[in-house]
Design a protein around this ligand. Structure first.
Ligand code: ARG
Length: 255
């Protein structure tokens, strides 16, 4: 049984890597190829039995429904968060769905859909930490994830920090007492705090602005953007996205 699962996973991985079956990865006829970085629960993570093959999470369910709404097959390619916008510009993927905040800087190179989720950066600290505001980070060891908006925030505050490739790596540093605070998106932070003993979340609404998650497409790919927007707007209006958010946050904390 285990072996079968492994083989299946390998075949799936191979398909993702080569985008097999579809020829070009470009949105050709009936396929949308999304890129994601599945290291961001509850939005995207790898699991044995996800809504899209090995991928599960709020974003993965949204991508699946966008495909359904438009009668299109959905393919998901996994890559580093840093590589997503480059892959989009290269045409290796048609769209990015990755809990990605629509920022002005990113808008210079890609277009964003209607936002579907509002988040904010928070500070994850040890339960006994004396950090109560963002200003308290000034003389602390700060960890961020490379390329995330949290890194930009800490940079803009003028603090020095260490950047990690994955959220789990930064959290391990914190758990092991090698750093004092991890700056990360709220829902993902919540997931890590419920998974690890002895951590808590500190918010500072005056230091961290609201961020809106949206799907990125190539600049001027209006045809695809319109399809994505129609689907997102429908899912916002009928409560689907809300339900998914509740469902995946509960699933995450029940584990
Ligand atoms: N919202 C943050 C950003 O846009 C973090 C997103 C991380 N997403 C991921 N799938 N790893 O920079």
């Amino acid at each position: 049984m285990k072996k079968v699962t492994l083989i299946l996973a390998a075949v799936l991985a191979a398909c993702t890597l080569t985008a097999c079956g579809g020829g070009s990865a470009k949105e050709s006829g009936n396929t949308i190829t999304f890129g994601t970085n599945p290291e961001f629960p509850p939005f995207e993570y790898v699991t044995s039995n996800g809504v899209l093959g090995e991928f599960d999470g709020i974003d993965m369910a949204i991508a699946q429904k966008i495909g359904e709404d438009n009668g299109m097959e959905v393919k998901m390619e996994s890559m580093e968060f840093d590589s997503l916008l480059v892959a989009l510009q290269n045409g290796q993927i048609d769209a990015v769905i990755a809990g990605m905040t629509a920022t002005d800087e990113r808008r210079e190179t890609v277009d964003f859909s209607t936002p579907y989720y509002t988040a904010t950066q928070v500070m994850i600290v040890k339960e006994d930490s004396d950090i109560a505001t963002a200003a308290d980070m000034a003389d602390k060891k700060i960890c961020v994830i490379q390329g995330y908006t949290g890194e930009v925030c800490v940079q803009d505050m003028g603090y020095t920090y260490e950047a990690f490739k994955k959220g789990t790596e930064a959290i391990m540093e914190l758990v092991n007492g090698k750093c004092d605070v991890v700056v990360l998106d709220s829902a993902t932070a919540q997931k890590y705090v419920s998974d690890n003993e002895g951590l808590k979340i500190v918010e500072d609404a005056s230091a961290f602005e609201a961020e809106e998650y949206a799907i990125a497409v190539q600049k001027d790919n209006t045809e695809l953007l319109n399809k994505i927007n129609a689907s997102i707007e429908k899912m916002l209006a009928d409560g689907t996205i809300n339900e998914l958010a509740v469902q995946y946050t509960e699933a995450a904390s029940a584990e």
